[in-house]
Design a protein around this ligand. Sequence first.
Ligand code: FAD
Ligand code: MLT
Ligand code: ZN
Length: 469
Amino acid sequence: MRVEDMPAGSALDRIASLRAHLPDSQVLDRNALATRDPGWDASNLDAFALVRPDSVAEVARLVAWCQAHRCAFVPQGGRTGLVGGSVTTPEQLICDLGALDRIEEIDPDSGIAVVQAGVTLGALQEAAAAVGLHPGLDLAARGSATIGGLIATNAGGITAFRTGVMRHRVLGLEAVLPDGRLLDDMTRVLKTSAGYDVKQLLIGAEGTLGIVTRAVIRLDPLPNGRATALLGTTGAARALDIVRHLQGGSAPLLAAEIMWSGFAAVTCAALGLDSAQLPLRSPCLLLVELGGASFEAARTALEDALAALVETEPDLDGIVCASIAQSAQLWRLREDTDALYRLHPQAPSYDISLPAREFDGYVARLRPALKAIDQAIEPYLFGHLADGNLHIVLNQPGPLQPDARTAIETVIYDELRGLGGSFSAEHGIGSKRIAALKRNADPVKLALMAELKRLFDPDNLCNPGKIVA
Ligand code: FAD
Ligand code: MLT
Ligand code: ZN
């Protein structure tokens, strides 16, 4: 039953029942939600209520209440997900994990952190940095994205080529399953071959198989200093050659982000940066970062490595940051993706992966194929070069008409499987990529996914309408 169809007072009754059942949790009704920021998707807070449990026990009690009342619930963290995984409908209940925000332990000796699901990535990075460590994950939404959300989407980001994606960072996990049971697998060590690794099913499940409440995250040493360069290149292949050259040096390569000039021109203008100082005339830009014992040491290593490159390529264009502040400015050029959406609100965006050596050929085929659908379509291109993750945002006011959407998805997705890539690299499936999943995934995998969903959540109450629908 939709909330609008409920008898008068029914939603109020439910709120009263929730408040009585969960005395220690904050319960917000629909009116209170209307005044809140929904985050990345306008439909994120379109629910009859939001509950903010303050303990794992309260999460379990919330799920029990939902089972008793046959009420669908949607887990939410920072609401930064990009594929509609946390969108709601008015008869659903939000389980907001934001109050589970305790970093319970950082153990430098074992190189682990024990955290609650609502801890933001930025908070964990800061706490780990205080003892010279890093969670091995970084992305622009670090200030809001939570560990629970990052686990649920199997997030990737900037460091994935070196430290893996979220499923490689999670050693242990605790979750409340849709039937109310607590899955307690808070393993603190790397090695365990003790049967089926059930926690891996919840990683990347986008809250459809349970609510992540706590996790053990692996930490890596953090270089004391880092220095950034922005280089102009002829294309992705040349950029990849530079990446391989830098990886051959003794200083660790910490980042290798690629931007085609159309993307960089938009973010440069949005940030009011002086374009004359940047290698914007090149077709492609490569943002690289090396680590070192200090900023100066990292910068020297970067200059030396680039000097060796200039010997074989005297025209190599670019800048090495002169200060930490300038480095931050170069990063903003890459990370201010919101500038695209301010220019083209709700622009369709795609998040694919393929071997990075294939980028140039793929992009060369992509542009004319999109133009064949509509002459006006231009793609903005950027991504995480070193792991083959390419982001494509179109200059179209979204959402697209169904025919155009199918034609565009055919162009963007169809060759990826043959290349060994993926139509969804790091953002997930959520509610927006379900049709693409059905078209692009192996039928046996799809059937097993549906069976797993039924096994975990036979009544389809746990984030229904996401991934498996
Ligand atoms: P939400 O958006 O609240 O939820 C996302 C999904 O996880 C939903 O399906 C929700 O139901 C589920 N969920 C949330 N918390 C839990 C929980 N505790 N238990 C179970 N399910 C849960 N992603 C990348 O991978 N790489 C990037 O480089 C990257 N860059 C980004 C840059 C920007 C500017 C933005 C806005 C987003 C970016 N993202 C990126 C996407 C986003 O940050 C990730 O998807 C993030 O992991 C979502 O975390 P969240 O806490 O905001 O989750
Ligand atoms: C990024 O790498 O900036 C994000 O994953 C992509 C996006 O915001 O569209
Ligand atoms: Zn990304």
